[in-house]
Design a protein around this ligand. Structure first.
Ligand code: ADP
Length: 303
């Protein structure tokens, strides 16, 4: 039975610094607080779907270091199957996230083991792909491997969701192989080569990209909601009104939620409505994976 989600992507050990402002060049600025948390877009999206009750397999790489142990333990704790996460000689990927009080986030990532994922790693997951209905990818492993994984996923009969983030130049034929492409407003601006600031921009942008790639498109706009183009029909998905305290992982939570709802047979547009409820819970709590809701916690908002 095709009931699984397979996430091919990154696992990062995140260091989250709470800072009052950005330091000047040459200035050493004391941070208000520091926290360590398991992250990486791939692992976050996998954890959100698993917390909602989907059987999720992760394909990727971590190092043989202690950070790798932490990431595997965290993913397993939430039910992600990590049998296809290979331990390699590179250091585990890392994220350094500077978060300011007004919610602005400035992040750098160290790719490390995420860039050691190979075509053989994808081939080894072929049996899982045959039981997978949705393959989810991001842009935090080598682009060539992503392209290979997308092709393999299509050969195995899976639907493919690409979160084309962080934004980078991607060959058109590789985007056209996908079924759903998810972007936030910054990424949408990159792929459209114009600013995406509001619902109107996102509606136009989603329609343009849907036409160009021949895929469904989701553009998320933070607390301003999201726009989805499904089979050419463009719909605005409002965000839930909540008191957000930290927005790290909002987009990843959204994607995990979309995966869960698609598995239940919902349309992509309805899946986005459910996903907005998942993200609304996530932004009201600290952390990324820990802040993502279990199914019963989304229930009230999604009802
Ligand atoms: P990313 O983390 O990829 O930048 P966004 O910030 O666009 O993603 O957020 C994804 C989704 O999460 C939004 O479309 C919205 O539904 C929800 N969301 C984000 N921020 C908030 C917020 N402050 N309040 C309520 N919902 C939010």
């Amino acid at each position: 039975m095709r009931d699984k989600i397979t996430v091919v992507g990154s696992l990062n050990y995140d260091i989250v610094l709470k800072i009052p402002r950005l330091p000047e060049c040459g200035e050493t600025l004391p941070a208000d607080d520091a926290a360590f948390s398991p992250g990486g877009k791939g692992a976050n999206q996998a954890v959100q779907a698993a917390k909602l009750g989907v059987p999720v397999h992760m394909v990727g790489c971590v190092g043989t270091d202690a950070h790798g142990d932490v990431l595997l333990e965290a993913a397993c704790k939430y039910g992600v199957d990590t049998a296809h996460v290979r331990r390699c000689g590179e250091p585990t990927g890392m994220g350094v996230i500077n978060a300011m009080e007004d919610g602005s986030v400035f992040a750098c990532i160290v790719r490390g083991a995420n860039f050691a994922v190979t075509k053989e790693d994808i081939d080894r997951a072929e049996e899982i792909l045959k039981e997978t209905f949705l393959v989810v990818l991001q842009m935090e492993i080598p682009q060539e491997i992503n392209g290979y994984a997308i092709k393999k996923a299509k050969e195995c009969g899976c639907r493919v969701l690409l979160n084309a983030a962080p934004a980078e130049e991607i060959p058109l034929d590789y985007l056209q192989m996908c079924d759903i492409i998810v972007l936030n407003e910054v990424e949408a601006g990159f792929y459209l080569n114009t600013d995406v600031k509001n619902e109107e921009d996102a509606r136009k942008g989603a329609a343009l990209l849907a036409e160009k790639y021949g895929t469904d498109i989701i553009i998320t706009l933070g607390k301003a909601g999201a726009v989805v183009s499904e089979q050419g029909d463009v719909t605005f998905i409002p965000a839930n009104k909540v008191e957000a305290i930290e927005t790290t992982g909002a987009g990843d939570s959204f994607i995990g939620g979309v995966g869960y709802a698609l598995r239940n047979g919902q349309s992509l547009t309805d899946a986005c409505k459910f996903a907005a409820c998942c993200s609304a819970v996530t932004v009201c709590r600290l952390g990324a994976q820990d802040s993502m809701p279990f199914l019963e916690e989304v229930g009230k908002l999604a009802a």
